[in-house]
Design a protein around this ligand. Structure first.
Ligand code: FMN
Length: 373
């Protein structure tokens, strides 16, 4: 029986070698939005991992949209050129298409790096003013956001568009828009953070309006042959918050707008969420969306840890792809191990070909780099 996890997946003009993605994971290690050697090491290893796709962490479309001062950015030529070094590495050596997650943190911006002294940054600790759909802070220690007016909405939309142009110029292959985890676009979706009385608040249709406008603006300038997807939080895990039914409606609207994949996460809108976590705990959300859409690919994420578990999720029709985060931090060669577990094949770079279990102790395969190199 052949593995579905290790079968190719077509997203517009791109064919992924398998249905595994490395989830976006903030490294909080950039300087003024510019990636550093840490990122080259960290993402470099994943570009040669034989995985279907690699997503670079939440990459801010503007300085004010950063979660922390260590966030990666794509708002200027300097930040884009730095990211371009990583793209070049992938083009020269890698076997994994590279995606970028375009993000704006909204009212959850201006926080410290997780291992730093300050949870939230104020004017005395290097913080900056934050914006949101409504003047409601994330919690009483977070800064009060300024409610975005029409010119603010237009400004952020053009930041997403410019970021998309820059991503195209440097050769990024996939974009994922970050509309999850309580950041700006999800702040518009969730009634917990959006209490506007204009066209962008109130009814579900109004709350979806700004995220859908951003999606359409990015799709318009992103090349036709390149995939564009989105990450959502399927539920807020709190009474009165964003619901799975609303996610299903949003997913259908995204599909109609030309969305190629939806990456189904959850939570982040409120510190009061009570999350019922456990193996594959977000998979049922992905399954509900998959049941409601036609062609848009659905990605399940969250505590997926083994090849068999991932295969089962796809085989039972709950999702089309899986993404893993912490599993890849723990084992950057997770994809190779999952392939072994399932009796499947994953791409190896020629430099590493001799470590494949079937070759260890066997003669060096033709085309392998010489032993002394
Ligand atoms: C260190 C770390 C950083 C993360 N940063 C991001 C991020 O930049 N964007 C995002 O959408 N999710 C982020 N996440 C969430 C992951 O993408 C993923 O959804 C989550 O870890 C659940 O998957 P897992 O159980 O396989 O780790 C982060 C998670 C970790 C552990």
């Amino acid at each position: 029986m052949s593995s579905i996890l290790f079968s190719p997946l077509k997203l517009r003009g791109l064919e992924l070698a398998n249905r595994i993605a490395i989830a976006p994971m903030c490294q909080y290690s950039a300087n003024d939005g510019v990636i550093t050697d840490w990122h080259l090491m960290h993402y470099g290893q994943f570009t040669v991992s034989g995985t279907g796709a690699l997503f670079v962490e939440a990459t801010s479309v503007s300085p004010e949209g950063r979660i922390s001062p260590g966030d990666v950015g794509i708002w200027s030529d300097d930040t884009a050129q730095a990211l371009g070094r990583l793209v070049k590495f992938r083009q020269s050596y890698g076997n994994v298409p590279l995606g970028v997650q375009l993000a704006h943190a909204g009212r959850k911006a201006s926080t410290g790096v997780p291992w730093g002294e300050h949870r939230v940054l104020g004017p005395d600790t290097g913080g900056w003013s934050v914006v949101g759909p409504s003047a409601i802070s994330f919690s009483n220690v977070f800064p009060m956001p300024e409610e975005l007016d029409q010119s603010g909405l237009d400004r952020i939309k053009s930041c997403f568009v410019e970021a998309t142009h820059r991503a195209e110029q440097i050769g990024v292959e996939i974009i994922e828009i970050h509309a999850a985890h309580g950041y700006l676009l999800q702040q518009f979706l969730s009634p917990l953070s959006n209490q506007r009385s204009d066209d962008y608040g109130g009814s579900l249709e109004n709350r979806m309006r700004y995220p859908l406008e951003i999606f359409a603006a990015v799709r318009e300038v992103w090349p036709d042959e390149k995939p564009l997807g989105i990450r959502i939080s399927a539920v807020d895990w709190v009474e009165g918050g964003w619901t799975l039914d609303e996610s299903v409606t949003f997913a259908k609207a995204l599909e109609a707008a030309g969305c190629d994949f939806i990456d189904v996460s959850s939570a982040g809108a409120t510190p009061d969420a009570v999350i019922d976590g456990g193996p594959g705990y977000q998979v049922p959300f992905a399954a509900a969306i998959k049941a409601a859409v036609t062609d848009m690919k659905v990605m399940a994420v969250g505590l997926i840890t083994s090849g068999r578990q991932a295969e089962t999720i796809l085989r039972s029709g709950q999702a089309d792809m899986v993404a893993l985060g912490r599993g890849f931090l723990y084992d950057p060669h997770w994809t190779w191990r999952a392939a072994e577990e399932l009796g499947a094949q994953a791409p190896y770079p020629p430099q590493y070909a001799r470590c494949h279990p079937s070759l260890q102790g066997l003669p060096i395969p033709p085309g392998a780099p010489p032993a002394e190199s």
